[in-house]
Design a protein around this ligand. Structure first.
Ligand code: HEC
Length: 159
């Protein structure tokens, strides 16, 4: 918690909003938008002495929460960016799905992916080497992982 005068607080918030906006509306000629990411955000607290205090908080999005689970539980096979090229991938037959392959992934429904992740590949007639993650991930964590997986697709996923 830092105490800073009101004037500077305004400057900081204005700068922060400026950054947030430029992230949200990238130049139209910029090539690829990176997957959703969280940035610094300020929570402003007015004390009863009428002083403003600003505290930096990080707002997590579903995609950033999902990415954290993905890197922990999925990337060893599917690769950090869903290329199907994680360190274990070469030992697997069939090879892990490429989550960045929009032509394949975009045709799968959220319900299908949810079931594969929660109950395992065998539950949808796929390889049992795609294990069931329902013991490690809660349902809402699986939904967050799906948001992250969707963000990897090329061509992009359109709900
Ligand atoms: C031990 C390696 C391994 C790990 C770890 C793993 N997977 Fe898989 N996954 C596979 C393999 C192999 C396939 C391909 C199965 C097939 O084609 O029969 C697959 C397929 C999939 C598919 C495609 C299903 C379909 O219908 O084609 C999805 C989606 C998926 N995995 C998501 C995940 C998610 C999310 C995680 C992390 C929670 C994860 N996987 C962790 C090996 C893994």
């Amino acid at each position: 918690m830092t105490r800073i005068p009101n004037f500077w607080l305004g400057v900081v918030i204005a700068a922060c909003l400026g950054l947030a906006c430029s992230d949200r509306f990238p130049d139209s000629d910029s090539a690829a938008m990176p997957p959703a990411a969280s940035g610094p955000t300020f929570k402003v607290i007015l004390t009863n002495q009428g002083e403003a205090e600003a505290e930096e908080v990080v707002i997590e999005t579903a995609a950033t929460r999902g990415q954290r689970s993905y890197l922990t539980y999925c990337a060893s096979c599917h690769g950090d960016n869903g290329g199907g090229d994680g360190p274990l991938s070469s030992t697997l037959d069939p090879t892990p799905a490429r989550h960045n392959d929009g032509a394949y992934m975009n045709a799968l429904s959220d319900d299908h992916i949810f079931q594969v992740v929660k109950l395992g590949g065998a539950s949808v007639g796929k390889s049992p080497t795609m294990a069931a993650w329902g013991g490690s991930l809660q349902d809402d964590q699986i939904r967050d992982v799906i948001v992250f997986v969707r963000s990897l697709a090329d061509p992009p996923y359109q709900p």
